[in-house]
Each structure stands twice: as C-alpha cells, then as structure tokens.
Ligand binder design. Sequence first.
Ligand SMILES: *[C@@H]1O[C@H](CO)[C@@H](O)[C@H](O)[C@H]1NC(C)=O
Ligand SMILES: *[C@@H]1O[C@H](CO)[C@@H](O)[C@H](O)[C@H]1NC(C)=O
Ligand SMILES: *[C@@H]1O[C@H](CO)[C@@H](O)[C@H](O)[C@H]1NC(C)=O
Length: 374
Amino acid sequence: MVAISIKRGKALSAYSQQSFKQFHFAMLVLVMFTIALIYSFYDPMKPAILQCYIDKLSGSKIPEHLQRLDDVLLAERQPTPGRTIFFLETSCPNPKMQTQPIGLTVRQACAIESAALHNPSYDVFLLYASPRYMDKKAEYPILDAILSYPNVHMRNADLWAFTKDSPVEKWFNGAELFKSIYLTAHLSDFFRLLTLWHFGGTYLDMDTLTLRSMESMPLNFVGLETNISINNAVLNVSPIGYGHEIAHKWLLEFQRNFSGTLWPHNGPGVITKVMRRACCTRKVLELENNPDCCNGFHVYDKNAFYAINWMELQNFFEEKYLDSMLEKTNTSYLIHLWNIVSKFKTLKTESEAPYTVLARVNCPKAYAAAGEYF
Ligand SMILES: *[C@@H]1O[C@H](CO)[C@@H](O)[C@H](O)[C@H]1NC(C)=O
Ligand SMILES: *[C@@H]1O[C@H](CO)[C@@H](O)[C@H](O)[C@H]1NC(C)=O
Ligand SMILES: *[C@@H]1O[C@H](CO)[C@@H](O)[C@H](O)[C@H]1NC(C)=O
C-alpha cells in the first residue's frame, strides 16, 4: 500500500511540473491576447463607437422604406450665415444598428419650437452628428410639430466632411475625441464650435426654452453662468470678422488641452479661458455687460440665459414656485434647463409647474403633441 502511494506521488509531481509549464504558457498567451484585445479596442483609428458616426449605407442602395436626412453641406437650402440658430444632436442611439433612427423627445422639440416661434426671421437648423434615417411608414407627431414651422430644417452632418479644411481637421482625424468617456457631451462641445466657425449665428442647447426674440441682439455674445464661469449652452458669433476669430480661438483651445475624462473642461472651460484671454481683464465678473472690454463681444449677465442655476432647478418643476420662477425669468431671453438634472423630473401635461406653464405658451405645438407627460 505504502509503496504504491509513493510511486503515485512521484508520478503526480512529475505531472504537475509539466502542467505548471503548460499553465505558464497558457497564462502568457492569455495575457498577450488580452493586451492585443485592449490595444485593438483603443486603436486610435478605430474606436468601436466611431462607427456610429459613419454612414454605413453611404454609396449603397437605401432600403425602400427609409429616407436619409439631407446633408447640411450638400443640401440646396443652406443655413443663412449669422442668421441661423443651431441645435445639435450628438448621441448614438444604438451602435449595433446599421442605420440610426430619427428621434427627439418632446422637451427637445419644445426647445426647437420656442426658438423658431420667437425668431421667425431666423433659420433654425437641427443637425445630427450620427447619420439619421426616417422610416417612411412611421408617424412622427413630435417632429411634425416642429417641421410645421417654415424656418425649421433637419439635416445630417458628416463630421469628417465638416472638419475638412478647418483648423481642427488633423486633430479630429486622430480620433482622440472618440475615446472620451463623455462622448455625447464632448462631441457636442466640439461640434457647436465647429458649426459656428462654419456659419456663424447662434448655438442653443437642446435643454433650453426660448422666451423672447433674439433677432435684434447684435451678433457676438455669450452669457455668464456664475461669477467665474461663462457657459456654452448659448453662443453667438458673427460669420466673419471678430466673432469668427473668437470661434477659431475656441476651436484651437478645445483641441489644445482636450480631456476625455473631465466633464465641463472642454465646454464652459474653453469658452471662459478664451474670453479671459481676449478681453481687457482676466476677472470674469468684470466682463459682464461690458462689450467695450471685449472688442464689442457681449458677455451677458446671468439673467439673460442662466437665471435659474442648477441647484434651484428643482423649483422649476414645482407648482408652488410658479410666481417666483416667472418673476426670476422675466427679463431672460431663454431658460437653460440643465438636462443632466431635469431629465429625471417628469411632469403631468396638465401640471401648473413653471416649466409646463411656460412650455404651453412658448412651444404650443410640441406641447400639444406630448402625451400624458411633458
Ligand atoms: C457674485 O457677484 C455678485 C456681485 O459682485 C455678488 O453680489 C454675489 O454674492 C456673487 N456670488 C457669488 C456666489 O459669489
Ligand atoms: C490642461 O488641462 C488640465 C486639466 O486636464 C489642467 O490642469 C491644465 O492646467 C491645463 N493646461 C493648460 C496649459 O491650460
Ligand atoms: C414681465 O413682467 C411684466 C410685469 O409683470 C409682464 O407684463 C411681462 O409679460 C413679463 N414678461 C415676461 C417675458 O414674462
């Protein structure tokens, strides 16, 4: 009995030495495979998500039931330089799908409608960064609401064609942007600067609600969000001259110190930094309503666009604050709704909260197309 087990023990240890080597080898292969996998994932030229922004049907036949939106640079009807309000949608609904569907929430439609309603002599363009297709058989009541305004247009934008011959072409082609962990937001930060560099005019976030006309405001303005920061939810530049120069500087600053891991860094951070450098003082609060300090470029006070800061946004969704919120925004051109906070707050359509009360007046058609909730 004893002899047998000793023999067995020897056999076992020889076997385990052999298997230990095999194990080593297997581990080595596994590690190399993992490194290769990670590398292929981080290959700067091919982040998987990037594919979502390339038109997979380009050059091939479009299925009968689909219709591609016109491209902004190719369509006959172009944005009027300096007299266009731009909204941008930079999300990727489903990277696995061959084509991305048109989609818009009722609140986004409300942002677009209120801008179109109050600025009838301006064009309003909604640009999609990932190529979108409409299903000819589907119904789009929310889109119909905004497209009933003759000044509203929807387009696809090919990001590579859009960056071509711009100051950020080379940087963009390096695909650094697509490695951002906040891709939708950072792409939006980038795309708005590029759009204004191309056409001039106004950029508005899709989480705004326009209350009055901006048509008579002189070109070239931004707005203070706090005493030390200029936000990028509202930007306006002239298509040529000083405003265009500022847009150029915003783009260069964006690429100079881009960070794919810091959320507000590439947005308000870029705008604030450039204005501090371009104006007569580095103290942000001293830029307020002081265009002489910025070569005519107007930095509006908080009330113009950001009267409700994100910490009190809650009140905009509560009926008991109706009067105080209306008073607070009485001189505002628009209200910025901080989607990152407000998207979690639903309202019944018939509610008398400040938001629904103002939406009913400023985006009547989108409001009517909303279902039970706004
Ligand atoms: C911002 O500046 C104004 C005017 O100087 C001041 O009254 C206010 O307290 C400041 N706000 C903050 C949060 O520092
Ligand atoms: C670049 O951004 C980093 C934060 O990512 C900041 O700490 C640094 O000061 C910036 N550099 C310059 C030159 O602006
Ligand atoms: C601002 O308040 C005045 C006086 O209460 C009112 O007549 C006016 O309609 C208000 N304007 C806006 C845009 O709410």
